[in-house]
Design a protein around this ligand. Sequence first.
Ligand code: GLU
Length: 440
Amino acid sequence: MNKNGFRHEMVDHHAVGVSSFATDNPFRVVQKQVEQAVELLQLDPALHELLRWPQREIHVTLPVRMDDGTTKVFQGFRVQYNNARGPCKGGIRFAADETIDLVRALAAWMTWKCALLDIPLGGGKGGVVCDPTKLSRGEKERLARAYIRAIGHDIGLLKDVPAPDMNTNPEIMGWMVDEYAALHGHNEFGMITGKPLSLGGSLGREDATGRGVMITVREAAKKIGLNLEGARMVVQGYGNVGSFSAVLLEELGCKLVGVADVSGAWSNPNGINARELQAYARKNGGLIRGFPGLGQEIQNDEKEPAVLELPCEILVPAAKEGQIGAHNVPRIKPRILAEGANGPTLPEADPILYQNGVYVIPDFLCNAGGVTVSYFEMVQNTYNYYWDLDAIRRRLEQKMVTAFEAVHKEAQERKVHNRLAAYLVAITRVVQAMQARGWA
Ligand code: GLU
């Protein structure tokens, strides 16, 4: 019990084990990916074990007063996967299908992401099991505050720094920074990122993930000699990541010919205006359905979404994990697969994409723009001195291109696919820090 009387456990992974280990269990996916890298790097078993498991995880049970006067109890998690390179870093998701294994996987990917971008942070992730579409604004605020009260002594600028992720946003980060201040008796803006600008947020954070996607696609296009002028793109998911990726790639000349979100999926070979679609979705509760000019509606099956199979040069899955697997990968043939989402591709699909000549920009490279600007936000909070937008974009550009080049070079030299190359670069850096600390 913590001092608020909530259940608050530090769980040893060996005691918990891993719940369901189906092949598409995202934590199993991570462990498999790590295994491949560890084998090639010939790491010793203790290092492998440290890379395979989270260092620490917190499970909390949160009572929240609902608008109708009843109390609902929610489950939440925070996984602190690895802090060898610095404080843990990663978003908080509000999702109905959240599981501890998913949060573990996402926390692991954050570890590799920060290492690959060479920012001095480790990896973490948080999640609350809830259906945000069924919560009022007030209920979301009370849930956000309850979550921070429960984990508030285990996070902070020097320990673990949350951020927005699926179904969380700057407004929620604002409530969280305020609750943290109440708990500790002082403001500590750098304890969370993705905040509103009026509360220590950073310029350029809002479109940072999409901008990173755009930069890596642009670099990949150069490598494979693809002209982006008129290149067809398909985007799955039209939230923060998908919509800014589409808008910024449209500025480079790409044409949005297919798009999907939870409200449906559409194909339009004549092109859909990405910027207008973003403006429409913002006014329409985040959903794209109803936008004039979407074109032909197509099937939007959860297991085999047709949108991923539309002919295109650039495919951006920016929705959920586990979208591309053995069952549909033979029909997924863009020139560039830009993984805006975390974990959209299952391990079994990687060799097939590689064989088919698809240039994959793996998730923890492709979508790293968000955490990179989050890091800039922490730096600005620490200095209490704020940069202009040009400085942020210039630094983001430099970080993304450097990481892209490192992965591309590793893949060429080792003759392996880009995901494995990204793992090799990232894991080598995490291992160097672990060894320097004397962990193994
Ligand atoms: N949620 C984002 C991600 O998955 C950003 C995390 C952060 O800014 O800490 O990379």
